[in-house]
Design a protein around this ligand. Sequence first.
Ligand code: BG6
Length: 507
Amino acid sequence: MEGTQIRVSSGAGPEVLRSRPAEPCTIIIFGVTGDLTHRKLVPALYNLLREGDLPEKFAVIGTSTSVTSAAEFRTQLRESVSKFSRTKPIDEAVWKAFADRIETCVADVNAPDDYTKLAKVIEEVEQRLGLPGNRLYYLAVPPGVFPTILRNLRASRLLYPTGSTRWSRVVVEKPFGHDLASARELNRTVAEVIDESQIFRSDHYLGKETVQNILVFRFGNSIFEPIWNRKYIDHVQITMAEDLTVERRGKFYDATGVLRDVVQSHLMQVLALCAMEAPATFRADDIRDEKFKLLRSLRPITTADVATDVVAAQYRGYRDAEGVSKTSRTPTYVALKMWIDNWRWQGVPIYVRAGKGLAARDTEVSIYFQTIPFCLFGSEEVCQRIEPNVLTLQIQPHEGIALRFGCKVPGEDLSVGSVTMDFSYADSFKRAPWEAYERLLLDAMRGDHTLFARRDGDEQAWSVLSPILEAWESGRDPLPEYAPGSAGPAEADQLLRRDGRRWRPLG
Ligand code: BG6
């Protein structure tokens, strides 16, 4: 029943699709003392309750080796919700209803006996609150621990087989694996323990409204799809720029780097949504089939390509961050040129860049259309000024869509300039979009996989990027540096200049 949607007709108005409600369940969070729980998961659950989207009956059980008593933990979470919730100030009545359903269990994921203890806490809470026993396990822990937790959950009978009257599902956070081999290994373990329908690989980019809108924009309008191909598009730029540096995450980041942190997951998903064919239906597996097909069409990157088409760099000062090795060669920036070998995209370069410590926070996809075939407007100087049309899907922070086109500059002479037509979510819808984690948690409770990565797609994304990781890891030369607060290294500009193109300015 995954992805089931209820069609609601509102009188003479347009038909809207509403997803089915979430079923009563117990949410068990592993790694509950970490940042993810405090900044994202718990504020998201609180807001879902506030919006009336949580099931009537639910409970949250936090587990880790160092979690405090439930009372103390609720106080800590209240602080986090006041700080990180998208809605402020905290609604006391909602908070009370939420806090009453929070429990804790001190447990070590590596100690099999502790799962018996956890099982007791879960059963006690379920009985007390009249819950039916549906369970959502959220693994907010590093991927290296997933297999241990999964095996122990199974050994302690905390996972139900598929087809049971009650369900159990497991949500894991990206990165799913460290490279292709470890992702495959992890997937094999998962497959031994649970069914693919029970695993939810979370990539929070897929929960963003603007990312979800890519498919609606492409397939809910008739004017864009006919020109969404090699005949009209010159090239595509995908950017994920962050002004933040690695902050307090130096140790994690130094072992991860930009490609694993955001390209293999977030940007490969965004690329797939922008370039895939129309799915047969809007159901989860039809969409995931098309994304996988697109990822399979990405041209393999060879070692020789890494030297010419990939730029890796580090922001100056990165190696002084806490937890980062003084001799680190971990890239904090990458720019690369990719190709899609299929009928729609043959010959259209896709430039992807991502980095930390840059001039602005800016995630967007820009579709550059081809230049006009012939200029009618007299002088060489005017013709030179005519820029190609660019359609920009602004994912964040200024969520919207912009179209650049040429326009006569008012006045007597025939002078042409570029103007931009802008749609902004904030102005049009007058309310803050949901946080990605709200949507993802709700969908996991509904059993809808549409916004979660599937095994084949995830492994394919690793497979495409592996040669780059291997080349970097076998290299010895120091990486080029870029100034913090800049647009990135000069080498990345050169990558496009060589092709007669330029990056869109950040911000
Ligand atoms: C995470 C990365 O997945 O995404 C972080 O691990 C990054 O390094 C973050 O900062 C960016 O997310 P967002 O939603 O702020 O673009």
